[in-house]
Design a protein around this ligand. Structure first.
Ligand SMILES: [Zn+2]
Length: 213
């Protein structure tokens, strides 16, 4: 309960900060962002059913969150999540990125929420770093479960790394290159690809089943 109050007050603060800069819910950018978030949350629900003992601590309470995404009118690429489940995404992100790339970003933010990173104040810079990498990993599984090709994620981080070759990362933030390398490790990518294939075969089974019914 305490957490909910805290999450609400943080959200109100942030909304005040972006006052006048939030796009209308009917704006095509808002509609697209909401659709991708909806897919990621469905992916999360499927993943929880498939793997109820997931060690991402918030997974079992995902339905407690009030999921929403708001688009901030700003021509840059970024997204951030609030503890209660609201995600803010900059309109530039939706201008230039493909669905799979946007899903990479949103999956990462949803992962921060479900893993309850946003309630913990990281004790050290290295734990903040650990949270970033954990959100990348969980986000990868979520996007795969939502039916987005997980191979897009490391490609996206490589692209960012080549666009900003000077950003080497720091104690708090892993570099984009490091993030790409960790996500493309064989055991990580194979796990994501298995989930991705399962999500598509389930989709086709449902489609055929519904047609027959
Ligand atoms: Zn993050």
């Amino acid at each position: 309960m305490q957490e909910k109050l805290l999450a609400n007050s943080w959200l109100e603060e942030r909304k005040t900060k972006y006052k006048g800069k939030l796009l209308d819910e009917k704006d095509p950018h808002s509609v697209r962002a909401k659709l991708i978030l909806k897919n990621i949350i469905q992916g999360l629900e499927k993943e929880v059913k498939r793997n109820p003992n997931s060690n991402a601590s918030g997974f079992n309470h995902y339905d407690e969150f009030n999921w929403n995404i708001l688009v901030v009118d700003e021509l840059a690429i970024n997204a951030s999540a609030m503890a209660g489940g609201t995600i803010f995404i900059l309109s530039g992100t939706l201008e230039v990125l493909t669905d799979g790339e946007v899903a990479t970003l949103i999956g990462h933010e949803v992962a921060h929420v479900v893993a309850r990173h946003l309630f913990e104040s990281p004790r050290s810079l290295s734990s903040r770093r650990k949270q970033e990498l954990e959100a990348d990993y969980i986000g990868l599984l979520l996007m795969a479960s939502a039916g987005y090709n997980p191979r897009v994620a490391p490609e996206y981080f490589r692209k960012i790394s080549s666009m900003y070759p000077d950003s080497k990362g720091d104690h708090e933030h892993p570099s984009s290159e490091e993030r790409a390398n960790l996500l493309s490790q064989a055991h990580v990518m194979e796990q994501a690809l298995t989930i991705y294939k399962e999500s598509w075969s389930e989709y086709f089974v449902n489609l055929v089943f519904k047609r027959k019914a």
